[in-house]
Design a protein around this ligand. Structure first.
Ligand code: AHR
Length: 494
C-alpha cells in the first residue's frame, strides 16, 4: 500500500504560472500551418492565427510563449521579419529541413499573438550569429515609448505603442547550435550582450542566460561564478529520449520495456533540477535566480513519411505520463524552477496540439496541461510519498509521481501519475489535521499504453470523471488504475 501525506498546513512557494509555459520555433509546421495560416487562408483565422489553436490554448490558460527558437534563434535577424510582407527577406532555414522561410511571422505577429492569448512573451535573442547592436535595437523596437530610431520604425510599421516584453533569453544552446562556445567564453559574451538589453520606461525584462544541457554541471558552475549578478534566470535543456539519439523509439510502436525506460528517463529531470540547484545555491543561497527549463519533452523518431527535419511525432498515453512526471517535479521545485517550456506547441516533438489542414487534434499531453492548470499561481503544499516503488522486476523504481497545491479558493489540487503498465496501485492520501468536505476526480487513461488521438478519431483519449475513491475523515482511499494520470480537487476544513 502506497501512502501520500499532504501537509496542508506547511505553506510552500507559489508555483509560478510560467511553469506551464510553451515554446514555438520556426521549425517544421509549428509556426506556419500550426499557428499562423495568414489572413487569406480558408482555415478559420483571426488576423492570420488559427482560431481552433487560439481557443485550445486559452482553455489551458497558456501563461507564456517562447519564440523564435531554439536553434533558429541564433540564425534569426529580426529586421528580416518586419515591414510589408512583400519586402520581407526570404531565407533558408538551414537548421530545420532547409526549407524557405518567408519571414511572414515576425516580431509584430509574435507579440500580437501573445496579446491575443494574454500570455507573457519570452523572446530569445541571437548571440551565435548576431551583433550586440542588433539585440539592443530589438529591445528598443519592442519596448521604448516615444521617439527613437527604433520606436519610430515600429510606428511606421503600424504599432505606435510599445509591447510588454517580459522574458528575454540571451542566446540559445550556445554550447551547441548557438555557436559551439565554451562556458568561459559564453559567460563573458553573456555579460556583454545583456548589458544592452535595456530596461526602457516601466517595462521590466527578466534576463535569462543560456544554461547547461542535461548534466553539464561545469557550465552551471562557470555561469553562476562569472555572471550570476547579471541574470535573473539560467536555462536548462533536457529531452526524454528512450533508446539513444542515434536509435530513437517510435512514438507509437513501442514495447513495455520502452515505456519503463521512458518513465525512468523522464524522472531524471528531478535529479537534474536538484543537482543544478545545488550548484546555484552556492552562489545564490536565497534562490533569487530562477532555473528556467525552457526546453523539455519527448523526442522520438519522426512520423514515417514526414520530413525528418520537421520533428513531427505522434503523442500517446506515454507522453501524458512524461508530462505529468515533469509538471509534478517542476511544482515540487517551485522554489527554484520559475519557468518551463514544453517543446513544442504545435506539430513538433511532444506537441499538445497537432494539425492537418483545417483539422486539429488535442493530444494526451494537452489534456495533462488541462488537468494541471489550476496549479498555476497556486501555493505549493508539502507532500511525502512512501511505498510507491516497483516490485523489483520493472523499471523505474518509482511508479507514482505526485504534487499538490492550494489555490486562491482554498481548494487543494492533487495531481498524480501512475506508471505501472498492468497493475492498479492502492494509495492512501492522508491530509493530517484537515477534514475533507468534498473531493472530485478526473482521469486520463486508455486500454493500451500506445493509445493516441488521430485526425480520424480525435477523441480516443480524453479526460473522464473519476470516482474510484472513498473519503474517510482525513484520508482518501484510492486505487490508482494502471498507466493513468489523475487529478483530485479536494475541499477541506483545516
Ligand atoms: O526543440 C528542438 C531543438 O532542440 C531546439 O531548436 C534546440 O534548442 C534543441 O536542441
Amino acid at each position: 500500500m502506497a501512502k501520500l501525506v499532504i501537509n496542508t498546513h506547511k505553506k510552500g512557494p507559489t508555483i509560478q504560472k510560467e511553469i506551464y509555459g510553451h515554446f514555438a520555433e520556426h521549425l517544421g509546421r509549428c509556426i506556419y500551418e500550426g499557428i499562423w495560416v495568414g489572413t487569406d487562408s480558408a482555415i478559420p483565422n483571426i488576423r492570420g492565427y488559427r482560431i481552433d489553436v487560439i481557443e485550445a490554448l486559452k482553455h489551458i490558460k497558456i501563461p507564456t510563449l517562447r519564440w523564435p527558437g531554439g536553434c533558429f534563434a541564433d540564425e534569426y535577424h529580426w529586421k528580416d521579419g518586419i515591414g510589408p510582407y512583400e519586402t520581407r527577406k526570404q531565407m533558408i532555414n538551414t537548421h530545420w529541413g532547409g526549407v524557405l522561410e518567408n519571414n511572414h511571422f515576425g516580431t509584430h505577429e509574435f507579440l500580437d499573438l501573445c496579446e491575443l492569448l494574454e500570455c507573457e512573451p519570452y523572446i530569445t535573442g541571437n548571440v551565435g550569429s548576431g551583433t550586440v547592436q542588433e539585440m539592443a535595437e530589438w529591445v528598443e523596437y519592442i519596448t521604448l515609448e516615444g521617439t527613437s530610431p527604433m520606436a519610430n520604425l515600429r510606428a511606421q510599421n503600424g504599432r505606435e505603442k510599445p509591447w510588454r516584453l517580459t522574458y528575454f533569453g540571451v542566446g540559445n544552446e550556445n554550447w551547441g547550435c548557438g555557436g559551439n562556445m565554451r562556458a568561459e567564453y559564453y559567460a563573458d559574451l553573456y555579460r556583454r550582450y545583456q548589458t544592452y538589453v535595456r530596461q526602457f520606461g516601466p517595462n521590466r525584462i527578466y534576463k535569462i542566460a543560456c544554461g547547461p544541457s542535461t548534466d553539464d554541471y561545469h557550465w552551471t558552475e562557470v555561469l553562476m561564478r562569472e555572471a550570476a549578478s547579471h541574470m535573473q534566470g539560467l536555462s536548462l535543456h533536457y529531452y526524454t529520449v528512450p533508446g539513444s539519439w542515434q536509435n530513437k523509439n517510435s512514438a507509437t510502436a513501442f514495447s513495455e520495456q520502452d515505456w519503463y525506460e521512458t518513465m525512468e528517463k523522464a524522472q531524471y529531470m528531478d535529479q537534474l533540477i536538484v543537482r543544478h540547484s545545488a550548484i546555484m545555491d552556492r552562489y545564490d543561497p536565497d534562490r533569487k535566480i530562477g532555473l528556467i527549463v525552457d526546453e523539455w519533452g519527448t523526442w522520438f523518431q519522426n512520423e514515417p513519411g514526414t520530413n525528418p527535419g520537421f520533428l513531427y511525432q505522434q503523442n500517446t498515453l506515454r507522453d501524458a505520463l512524461v508530462a505529468a512526471i515533469h509538471l509534478n517535479s517542476f511544482n515540487n521545485h517551485a522554489d527554484r524552477v520559475k519557468i518551463a517550456n514544453i517543446a513544442q506547441l504545435v506539430n513538433v516533438l511532444q506537441a499538445p496540439l497537432l494539425t492537418e489542414g483545417a483539422k486539429l487534434v488535442k493530444t494526451p499531453t494537452y489534456h495533462v496541461f488541462d488537468m494541471f492548470k489550476e496549479h498555476q499561481n497556486a501555493e505549493l503544499v508539502e507532500t511525502y510519498l512512501e511505498g510507491h516503488q516497483g516490485d523489483g522486476n520493472e523499471k523505474p523504481q518509482n511508479l507514482i509521481s505526485a504534487s499538490a497545491s492550494r489555490g486562491k479558493d482554498g481548494k487543494i489540487l492533487i495531481t498524480l501519475g501512475q506508471m505501472h503498465t498492468t497493475k492498479e496501485v492502492p494509495l492512501n492520501i492522508m491530509l493530517p489535521g484537515a477534514t475533507i468536505k468534498n473531493c472530485s476526480g478526473r482521469i486520463l487513461n486508455a486500454s493500451r499504453i500506445q493509445e493516441h488521438n488521430t485526425f480520424a478519431e480525435p477523441e480516443r483519449i480524453t479526460i473522464k470523471p473519476f470516482t474510484g475513491f472513498s473519503l474517510k475523515g482525513e484520508k482518501i482511499e484510492i486505487n490508482l488504475p494502471a498507466h493513468s494520470v489523475l487529478s483530485l480537487t479536494v475541499e477541506v476544513t483545516d
